[in-house]
Design a binder for this molecule. Structure first.
Ligand SMILES: [Zn+2]
Length: 180
């Protein structure tokens, strides 16, 4: 059970590291390109992507008057010059409820339909994904020291200390004897 937990933890750390690197890539790219994916059908539009250092999600529902005649689902890869996400959505009045520290969530409704825009600063996502990989460094270091100690090896260089428990002949580290 402990072993399964460790495998899941290691897997989560690797996935988190990959997501972190991907987020960094998108963050850099977002300063000169809006990159994203959109899905639309006759009644709804969904778009997710990055632009100007922000991750955005747009969700739209068309009112009957603006519904498309075509009921097929369209997926589209977006790649265009970077724009401000709120300006691009146009419908959102930021003078009334502007983004707070890059975070934004607002819905507007008019005769054409209903639109929701959500923004998260991309560096926040990078930081979230970086948490596990960064935390893994001291954890794995500590785990390695404990494993070496349990095996009777030097915690610094892993040299076998069974013959010389007080001082490591390999790296010179001195170990205080446990008081008895
Ligand atoms: Zn040593």
């Amino acid at each position: 059970m402990r072993r399964a937990g460790r495998i899941i933890y290691n897997l989560a750390t690797v996935v988190s590291l990959l997501l972190c690197l991907t987020a960094i890539g998108f963050l850099i790219r977002s300063y000169w390109a809006l990159v994203g994916v959109s899905r639309s059908n006759e009644v709804s539009d969904f778009q997710i992507g990055t632009t100007h250092g922000e991750c955005f999600i747009v969700l739209g529902y068309h009112a009957p008057s603006t519904m498309r005649s075509d009921s097929a689902v369209h997926w589209q890869w977006e790649n265009q010059p970077a724009v401000d996400a709120i300006d691009a959505a146009a419908k959102f009045d930021t003078t009334v409820n502007g983004p707070v520290a890059g975070f934004y969530l607002h819905t507007v409704e008019d005769s054409a339909g209903k639109w929701t825009l959500g923004l998260i600063p991309s560096p926040v996502l990078v930081g979230l994904f970086a948490f596990l990989p960064v935390a893994a460094i001291p954890i794995s270091r500590r785990r390695r020291r404990l494993a070496r100690k349990a095996a009777g090896h030097c915690v610094v260089c892993d040299y076998d200390l069974r013959a010389t428990p007080d001082r490591c002949p390999e790296c010179g580290t001195v170990f205080s004897k446990p008081k008895s």
